[in-house]
Design a protein around this ligand. Sequence first.
Ligand code: FHN
Length: 415
Amino acid sequence: MKDTKQQWFKEAKYGLFIHWGLYSVLAGEWKGQEVEGIGEWIMNRFRIPVEEYRPLAKQFNPVYFNADELVRRAKEDWGMKYIVITTKHHDGFAMYDSQCSDYNIVKATPFGRDILKELQLACEKYDMKLGFYYSQAQDWDDPDGYYAGMDNSKKDFRAYLERKCKPQLRELLTNYGDVALIWFDTPMQMTEEESQELFDLVKSIQPNCLVSGRIGNHLGEYMSTGDNFIPLQPYAGDWEVPATLNDTWGFKKNDHNWKEADHILRLLLKINSRGGNYLLNIGPTALGDVPEDSIRILNQVGDFVKKNAEAIYATKAIPAPVYDMEWVTITGRPHKLYLNVIKPTRRVHITAFDNHVTHAYLVETGEDLEFQIGGPTSPTGHITVKIPEEYKTKAFYTIGLDIEEETLVNKDLDW
Ligand code: FHN
């Protein structure tokens, strides 16, 4: 079981992932051809030679990027507790002022600004945790970095580690204040010793910086599930689901397959009810703005999160309920359950429910609600909560239940 031993991570429950880099310039298209699948892999998918990919830096001028506005939104509008940004994705381009590789946003682009420094300052201002994604094994730019789908056997991976990976990690951990976590990714064939070296390097500079599950060889401090993968049962320990709002991480101009707010909210609540954090992605454009659809959806989810904060933050896994209902997802904390209504329902009625409830209330107003345990067929085993008339056509609200038991008790379905 993974244990970060850090309260902030256990309580955060909702964070913002940012995939942003040179691939955003291509926006999913190379020489008139659309890339299949995720946009940030375009260099790999089309085998774009380094000499043709590098010049994209000259077109990268994200003049609309506004770190303050982005962090403010994440905190105040979206209700997120931490941000993780790609400081170097598999394409090898650094999104900060790196001294050990000029292939970076400050030295290679007309933009010339260190967006990481700007984000660090904004995160400090808004009291937001900031973590760095760093592709430690794949580097399609460095001759000795791994390249998925190619023969890597002739590469001197050690040389790449010493020349680029470790020095860049040192820079990230030295020049940008307190780093909440390093989000390693795709370890590929890294050995246990190599993963351990990177782990030790992080801890030697910032002992409180968490190391993500994808450092490889089971050395991470929390578990990262597969992309967009939500376990059916609660996992023990600390874990996180990295997830997309559409079907790509890096910006793709033709990907409009957005998951709408009710879908995202259901996923957030499912993950929280099983004890995990939801790290939800945006892919800014090459001009530095966040796609309008992302903002719209995150604002809607954020409205719920802010009004019903007690049903989200610092909640604990509840035992896998025996039901999976369209209109409601249940979260909880010791002696509390939350019925989060996602689709309008005329009747708030939960069966196979065996808790002793002492109080029911509408979380967003605090208003007390009447409730009834049992019914015509059984004196126990279900609860009906009376909701105000106007809520019968509403969704995105939460009913809080104070319970005598520690957590949810499912009644035997035998009755
Ligand atoms: O290959 C990457 C992918 O581009 C993206 O960064 C995701 C995010 O979890 N991680 C890898 C695939 O799992």
